[in-house]
Design a protein around this ligand. Structure first.
Ligand code: FA5
Ligand code: MG
Length: 365
């Protein structure tokens, strides 16, 4: 398998999120989105879907990658992007980890919801733990032929787009601005992403496509069948639907947040409680000759020390020293609490901690 990476790169702060089950708490916005998607498919004409929301998040690396045809050298396998529990086991980085096994069990239309984990950037729409819902629908040869389709793949693609456009219209209203973007996933062809206009910017809310025949074949689906699959980003959908400005809010216990949501009421618009000012701190360092300290590494150091007080980590400057050829990177950390104002002393202490942790790996400037 992979060599040259630590057997386990999961920080305590990430382990602590396992089992939180936000998607199973009826009044939580993530669960409300799950339920809204269930209701959409239950009331539509895309078939009857089996719903699974309690599959364990710790999965064999083969399920997360190989079973969905992720190439052996694909970046997503790197410990810079994925949390490894040991060499053969990961925290799933997408709910696609359950595609093959669920097909293998004989399911032909299903929705799998769960928490997924990624080493990723730190900002208002990225968090190391988030939630996805996988949808898969297989059309047996007889079904797409009866519908008069030119091919199984064409039938799957047309139904996929109809389903997801219908879902977006149901959630956001017919007037919402959405657009399809061509994408690449190893497990689908063709592949697309759907973006929604949110606060003046295009926000990617899902990836999808027509399932690669090899996946169906290996899972024992009859020849001639075709299928679509999608992976919804539930936080992103909830941010757009409820107007939640920052992904960290999903994890707060502050009653000023939690009390705003009630199962079944999709009309709620989040009303922000007073926004406290951010505080910015910069840290610069020389990259070592051997291997670079990546943005994900810096984000993880900041996250593990500052937790949800870290609002964003941004590379603000990079230059190469003209004489020595050494590379300098400067990162800006934005600290902000959602619930209270921060003291100078507290922020300085956090930033000192970040500097100390970074100085163990690189030379600070
Ligand atoms: C996937 O994870 C694919 N497995 C989706 C898929 C399934 C494609 C089936 C085809 C067929 P992607 O990495 O783009 O794709 O993530 C899917 C969605 O998760 C994104 O569109 C986004 O809404 C959400 N997402 C991705 N990264 C984060 C993050 N760090 N924080 C919050 N949401 C995220
Ligand atoms: Mg994507």
């Amino acid at each position: 398998m992979l060599t040259g990476h630590p057997a386990n790169n999961v920080p305590e702060s990430v382990y602590a999120k396992l089992g939180a089950g936000l998607h199973t708490r009826p009044d939580h916005p993530i669960c409300m989105i799950k339920q809204a998607v269930y209701d959409f498919f239950d009331g539509g004409d895309f078939g009857a879907f089996t719903k699974l929301d309690d599959l364990p998040a710790i999965v064999p690396a083969t399920a997360n990658f190989d079973d969905v045809l992720v190439p052996a050298d694909h970046v997503s396998r790197s410990p810079n992007d994925t949390y490894y529990v040991d060499d053969e086991t990961v925290l799933r980085c997408h709910t696609s980890a359950h595609q093959a096994a669920t097909l293998q069990k004989g399911e032909r239309a299903f929705l799998v919801t769960g928490d997924v984990y990624r080493r990723d950037s730190v900002d208002a729409s990225h968090y190391p733990v988030f939630h996805q819902m996988e949808g898969v629908r297989v059309y047996e040869e007889g079904e797409w032929k009866a519908a008069g389709a030119a091919s199984g793949a064409a039938h799957a693609e047309a139904n996929l787009k109809a389903a997801l456009e219908g879902l977006a219209a149901r959630l956001f209203g017919a007037g919402a601005e959405t657009r399809w973007v061509d994408a690449y996933f190893p497990f689908t062809e063709p592949s697309f992403e759907l973006e929604v206009l949110f606060r003046g910017e295009w926000l990617e809310v899902l990836g999808c496509g027509v399932v690669q025949p090899a996946i169906l074949d290996r899972a024992g689906v009859a020849r001639g069948a075709a299928a679509w699959a999608f992976g919804l980003g539930l936080e992103r959908l909830a941010m757009v639907l409820f107007g939640i400005p920052d992904i960290r809010l999903f994890w707060t216990d502050d009653a000023r947040f939690t009390k705003q949501f009630r199962a079944g009421d999709l009309t709620t618009r989040f009303s922000p409680y007073s926004k406290f000012p951010p505080c910015f701190k910069d840290v610069s360092f020389w990259q070592a000759d051997g291997g670079e300290l990546t943005e994900n590494d810096v984000c993880e150091v900041v996250r593990s020390l500052a937790g949800d007080l870290a609002e964003a980590v941004t590379l603000v400057d990079a230059f190469t020293h003209p004489k020595t050829g050494r590379i300098s990177h400067c990162y800006r950390v934005a600290y902000r609490s959602m619930d209270r104002s921060l003291e100078d002393g507290e922020i300085n202490e956090l930033q000192e901690g970040v500097r100390a942790a970074l100085s163990e790996r690189v030379e600070l400037r």
